[in-house]
Design a protein around this ligand. Sequence first.
Ligand SMILES: *Cc1c(COP(=O)(O)O)cnc(C)c1O
Length: 230
Amino acid sequence: MPPVDITHHLHLVRTHILNVAREYQRDLSHIQLLAVSKTQPISAIETAVASGQKDFGENYLQDALEKITALQGRGLQWHFIGAIQSNKTRALAEHFDWVETLASLKHAKRLNEQRPEQLPPLNVCLQVNISAEPQKAGIEASHTLDLAQEILSLPRLRLRGLMSIPAPSTTFEQQRLPHRALAQLLQHLQAQGVDVDTLSMGMSGDLTAAIAEGSTQVRIGTAIFGARLK
Ligand SMILES: *Cc1c(COP(=O)(O)O)cnc(C)c1O
């Protein structure tokens, strides 16, 4: 296979986001592109950085720490989007700008205690199991408000919003449903006085549906680094 033209793919993804934002009357400045660079080499990330990409999502802590160290001083923002293990929270608290897969008070308390004083509060999103799939990561939608309120009392965390990975579905209309449910859950939190602004939803295969339903952060991996934009 020929090497992927990351610069070109990044351009295609940005253009796609622009067009979808127009179509659904979304303010482009409220849609952030998170480049999911898991399993990608540092050189691939550097190519994306050269095209102006600043936010990167990583799933595997050890890999991520190497990249974060190698690319220090470039003003990048690192988002952890993988499974959190209790014995790894310190490294997350010390090296990441965001943790988007928070789903327990226990992990929240550890991250709060371990966030270094000299860094700003850690941005966090609650991961919601929005399609209510058994054995899937994330909290139940009905527990979101309780956990959100507990996190508000942790000064070293800054609760930003909600994140989800819905069950795959094929049609556009079906793809919209879980995104709509997450958006309504965020509105519910806001109505209860919780100050949140982030809806992290939409991946390469469903970013159009996610933006249509109000996503403020799409997490795109293969469409930038690997496969063709769907
Ligand atoms: C891998 C991953 C993505 C990116 O998925 P693509 O389909 O490659 O765009 C987004 N979010 C999470 C949590 C992931 O693990």
